[in-house]
Design a protein around this ligand. Structure first.
Ligand code: SF4
Length: 210
């Protein structure tokens, strides 16, 4: 019912009051609209509309940034910074040139532009990456569950090694860290950023020898 009220365009304050909740944030916890449904009513300002062709990944990412759906992403934060410092025109120009990325990865969605920064983490979206957006789609859940099963085997294999084996401790810790990320991704609400303050895995790894 909560989701249906959102679909009908009922304001979040009224939904919150209707259910006797203390804050609108609680109402969004039970908002299960798809990404498309959430973005349907988001408009790109007329002055910038010619920069984003309807139905393109640019338009999707721009709407996600404008609706603050992905406020913690580097593209959203940079957009706001440019808007503050240089005004709307420069900010929308930046957005149009950097929002070509809306990708479906094996585990969910990613909004980073691979043309600007290729993913250096090789799709470890569930490993605290701030660009990761859980989709709730069956295919993505299957990939995550299958990977979790493999990681558990790897962790148990490492744990079965003699206690003083080289690398044993690191292998176990690494597998467990990834399993935690996968569990979070599986439990996440679809279309809600999971690791907004997480690492930006799209940026190049620092060269330690430079
Ligand atoms: S940048 Fe992050 S979310 Fe995007 S593909 Fe790479 S690991 Fe996944």
């Amino acid at each position: 019912m909560n989701t249906e009220l959102f679909r009908q365009g009922v304001p979040d304050t009224i939904i919150t009051q209707h259910f006797g909740r203390e804050s609108v944030t609680q109402s969004y916890v039970y908002d299960h609209r798809s990404l498309g449904e959430r973005l349907k009513d988001v408009d790109i300002p007329d002055k910038a509309a010619n920069l984003f062709q309807p139905g393109t990944p640019q338009e999707t990412v721009a709407k996600m940034v404008l609706s603050d759906l992905f406020g913690g992403s580097s593209i959203a934060m940079t957009f706001k910074k440019i808007q503050r410092e240089s005004g709307d025109e420069a900010a929308f120009l930046y957005l149009s040139q950097n929002s070509d990325g809306f990708h479906s990865t094996p585990y969910g969605f990613c909004i980073t532009s691979f043309a600007v920064n290729p993913c250096v983490k090789h799709l470890k979206c569930f490993d605290n990456c701030r660009h990761f957006l859980p989709s709730g789609m069956k295919e993505h859940r299957i990939s995550l569950e299958s990977l979790r099963a493999d990681l558990k085997v790897m962790r148990d294999t490492a744990a079965a090694k003699p206690i003083k084996s080289i690398g044993r401790k690191n292998q176990i810790a690494h597998a467990e860290q990834l399993i935690i990320g996968i569990d979070l991704a599986l439990a996440a609400q679809p279309s809600k950023p999971l690791f907004e303050s997480g690492t930006d895995h799209s940026t190049p790894i620092e060269d330690l020898f430079r």
